[in-house]
Every structure is written in C-alpha cells, then in structure tokens.
Design a protein around this ligand. Structure first.
Ligand code: SDX
Length: 367
C-alpha cells in the first residue's frame, strides 16, 4: 500500500552533510576519524585527546588541547556528581539506559562549563551511579585528577582500574567517538539545526542510539552467547533464529558491506586484556558459525560482523554490567554528537527534507 511504500525509506546513500569529522568506507571496510585511520587514532590518542581533536576539527574556538579537555572533563565530572541525587530520585525503577537519557536531560545549556563539556563529562558519572544503584551501593565521587576512562571504572567498581583495563577502555571509547551520519548523529544534527541547543541535541541523539538496530545491540549479543551456551548448540541455534526471521545482533550494517574495521580493533584490545580466554574463544566460534549461517540463508546479502559484536565481548571483559553497554556506547559517542552540533551550529542550516505525497488530492473521485 502507499503507506508501506512511504515508510520503506531508509535514506540509504543520501548525503546529508559534508564534514571533516569522519568517513566510513563501507566497501573497503575503512573508518577515518578526524583525518586518522581508526587504528592509528587509537594508537596515538586516549579519549581526551581524541575529543580535543574532534572539537578542533568541528571548528570550536579557541581550539582545545588534550590537556584542556582532560582538565575540563574532570571539572565536569565533579559538577555532574552534584546532580546524582536528583538523577537517582528521578530514575527510580528505570534501566541504566533510560537513566542516562534522563541524566542528559537534567543538564542545562547555561553555566561556566560549556554545554559540550558538560554532556561528555556527565556520562560516566551518571552511568556509574546508576549501575551502583542497581547493586544497592552508593555512588562514588569522581576524581578530577584521574583520566576519563580510569575514573569511570573507579566510580563503577570502587577500586582503581589496571593499566591494561584503562588502555582497553580508551581503545573502545576512542574508536566509537564518531561514525559518519549514523542515525543518532543525524538526530543530533537535525535538532541542532533548529537552534534547540546542545543538551536537547544530545538527549535526542541518545534516544536514537538506544534502539536495538543501532546502539542497543551489544547487550543482545551477550544474551545470544548465553542462550547458545555450548559449542554443540551453535549451529542449530543460529539456523533456528535466522529461519524465524530474527536479526543476529552484531551482524550486518547499512554501510559496511565487509567486516567493520572496529571489530578488529576491539578484538585486539580484548585479546590483550584477556589473553584469549574461553569466553573470547567461544565468541569467535559463534561469530564464524554465524557468518556461515547468514551466507547460507541470505546469499545475496553482504552481512559481516559489525562493531557491536566485539563491543559486547570487550565491555564484558572489562566488567561493565550488561545493562550498561548501550550507555557506555553513548558515553563515547556523545563526543561525536557534540562535535557535529558544534559544526552544525557553525555552518549548517535548518535540516528540512521533502516528502512525496501519495495520499489523495481533494478532487479525487471516490475509489
Ligand atoms: C551500529 O550506522 C552506523 O554507523 C551505526 C553504527 C555506529 O557506529 O553508529 O555502526 C553502530 O548501529 C551497528 C549496527 C548494530 N545493530 C545490529 O547489530 C543489529 C543487527 N543488524 C541489523 O538489524 C541490520 O544489519 C542493520 C539495522 C544494522 C542494517 O540493516 P539495513 O541496512 O536496514 O538492512 P535491512 O534491514 O534492509 O536488511 C537487508 C537484508 C534483510 O533481508 P531480507 O529480510 O530482505 O531477506 O539483510 C537482512 C535483513 O533481514 N539482515 C539480517 C541482519 N541484518 C540484515 N539478517 C539477519 N541478521 C542480521 N543481523
């Protein structure tokens, strides 16, 4: 019917902006962020350094250094901690994901710390407080002297992170800061284009991110691994789920028609962290079987592993609760959203595409 035709649009291959922030080459399986191949960015920068780079490329004035961002994010975490009692009161019974959505909406655009710093700085404080609430534990105050990734693990766990853990979490956070015009980034740009401001753009973007077709996938990857349980069950489980028309979480991508390069970055990080323990080896076996099953069931679709598959394995290895993996994705991507908002506010216009009317004109003869 007309309605189903109209709703099939996914804006595939529609260019919605020109930007120096990132480029996703889906045929070559290559990701460039702020002029660096993602593998090189991870090797050269921690999260604060990558955020400074993105904000500089977005045209933020004065151009911040990595040290500026480290100092400002420390202050923003301390400031966000003052909001934790209000956050916990406002999110009783809500999941960590819904809790972070509410947390972002508690922020204000005004204040001595700029809104983009406030949004990035608040995420780890809110996520850690919400996870500890679920465990019946009190929130732990941030330490402005500790780096962003290290402070998140410390606030979550109540003990300092190891060097290897900080390195692995930084590799994750740097890798997922920005990724072309994905659904949540596009949402941020549309909201920013109406001049609604940074906080509104981030709240809307996070609402888009949390959907299972986008950032909501990693938790389901771990559920899949648990559901399969043993190597003997792998093939039967996959064939049954695909035959039911289920999407295998962690596979397929609108842009990548080959393996998502970020999966390899995370796989390397998780190998360094775990030395390839049984869970990682099992995940690798499930991945191999899933790719074969998808190829057999959908030979005309180019379905490969996307970053969410190894996001799940890496964040689990870091001891991040399954209920928080989407929020931790948002903790990094808020850097990309804020950079796109800075750019959109600097050079953009109101984003207002057209639609094609397939209804009835007033003088149509009754059908
Ligand atoms: C992220 O856009 C980004 O850049 C996103 C992201 C980022 O960094 O921001 O990379 C992060 O969101 C990664 C994707 C995480 N999502 C998942 O892992 C969920 C599972 N994947 C899918 O649902 C799917 O692959 C999408 C949503 C990611 C992309 O789907 P498309 O491009 O809209 O493709 P489609 O839904 O039109 O599917 C085309 C065909 C269909 O087959 P038929 O029904 O026509 O026979 O491929 C099939 C789909 O059923 N298919 C899958 C599948 N993905 C697509 N079949 C089984 N399992 C899957 N995972």
């Amino acid at each position: 019917s007309d309605v189903s035709k109209a709703s099939a649009f996914g804006l595939d291959n529609v260019v919605a902006a020109e930007t120096p922030l990132s480029h996703v080459d889906g045929e070559a399986g290559r990701l460039i962020i702020a002029g660096h191949d993602v593998e090189d960015l991870v090797a050269a920068y921690d999260f604060e350094g990558a955020v400074a780079l993105l904000w500089r490329v977005a045209g933020l004035e004065p151009a911040p250094s990595g040290d500026d961002v480290r100092r400002d994010l420390g202050r923003a975490r301390m400031e966000a901690f003052r909001l934790v009692p209000a956050l916990l009161a406002a999110t009783r019974g809500l999941s960590v994901t819904e809790g972070l959505r509410t947390g972002f909406s508690l922020l204000s655009d005004e204040g001595d710390l700029a809104a983009h710093i406030r949004t990035v700085g608040s995420a780890p404080v809110f996520i850690a407080a919400l996870c500890r609430r679920d465990e019946g534990k009190d929130a732990i105050a941030p330490d402005a002297e500790v780096g962003h990734a290290a402070d998140f693990i410390r606030m979550l766990r109540g003990a300092p992170a190891s060097e290897a853990e900080v390195r692995a979490l930084n590799a994750y956070l740097v890798t997922v800061t920005d990724h072309g015009m994905n659904a949540s980034t596009f949402t941020a740009r549309v909201i920013a284009s109406t001049r609604a401001g940074m906080i509104s753009a981030v709240v809307g973007a996070f609402c888009a991110l949390k959907g299972p077709l986008h950032g909501g996938a990693p938790g389901h990857v771990l559920d899949m691994l648990d559901d399969i349980g043993t190597r003997e069950n792998i093939d039967a489980w996959l064939v049954r789920e695909i035959a039911k028309g289920e999407r295998l979480m962690g596979f397929g991508h609108r842009v990548y028609k080959v393996r998502d390069p970020r999966a390899d970055v995370f796989n390397k990080a998780v190998m360094l962290l775990t030395n390839g323990n049984e869970r990682v080896r099992f995940a690798r076996d499930v991945e191999t079987a899933a790719l074969a099953a998808l190829k057999a069931a959908k030979p005309n679709q180019r379905l490969d592993t996307n970053m969410e598959y190894y996001t799940a394995v890496l964040l689990e290895a870091l001891g991040i609760p399954r209920v928080a993996v989407t929020a931790v994705f948002g903790m990094s991507r808020v850097a990309g959203w804020s950079a796109h908002v800075i750019e959109q506010e600097r050079v953009g216009r109101l984003i207002r595409p057209q639609s094609r009317y397939v209804g009835r004109w007033p003088d149509d003869k009754a059908a």
